[in-house]
Design a protein around this ligand. Structure first.
Ligand SMILES: [Zn+2]
Length: 116
C-alpha cells in the first residue's frame, strides 16, 4: 500500500519504509468510524468485565477446591487413627502417678522407670 505522507509503495507493511509513518490498514480505518469505535469499546469493556468475572470465579472455585481437598486429606488421615478412650487415658494417668509416687518414696533412686 502507498504511504499517505510520502507516497512510497510499502506493500503489506504497517510502517512506511521511508518516513516511518504508520500505514492505515483496514482495522485502523474501521476504528475511525465512530459507530464501530463505540461498539469496539463496548466489546472491549465487556471482555474486560468477562475476564474479571471469570478470574474472580476461578479464585472462588480454587479456594473452595483447596478447602475441600484439605478437608478430604485430613479426614482420610485421621479417620483410621485410634484415639485413646477415657478408660485407657485414666489407667495411663494412674500408672504415671504410681511411678511418680514410687520415685518420691525412694529418694536415692534417680532413674525413672517408664511403665509399659
Ligand atoms: Zn512514508
Amino acid at each position: 500500500m502507498k504511504c499517505p505522507k510520502c507516497g512510497i509503495e510499502n506493500g503489506s507493511r504497517s510502517v512506511c519504509l521511508k518516513c516511518g509513518n504508520f500505514l492505515n490498514n483496514k482495522n485502523v480505518q474501521r476504528e475511525t468510524d465512530p459507530e464501530i469505535k463505540k461498539q469496539m469499546q463496548r466489546t472491549r469493556r465487556r471482555l474486560v468485565l468477562k475476564s474479571c468475572t471469570s478470574s474472580f470465579l476461578l479464585m472462588i472455585v480454587a479456594f473452595v477446591g483447596i478447602s475441600a481437598l484439605m478437608f478430604a486429606i485430613f479426614y482420610f488421615l485421621f479417620r483410621d487413627m485410634e484415639w485413646p478412650t477415657d478408660a485407657e487415658l485414666s489407667s495411663e494417668m494412674a500408672s504415671i502417678q504410681e511411678s511418680e509416687a514410687a520415685t518420691e518414696s525412694v529418694p536415692a533412686q534417680t532413674t525413672v522407670t517408664i511403665a509399659d
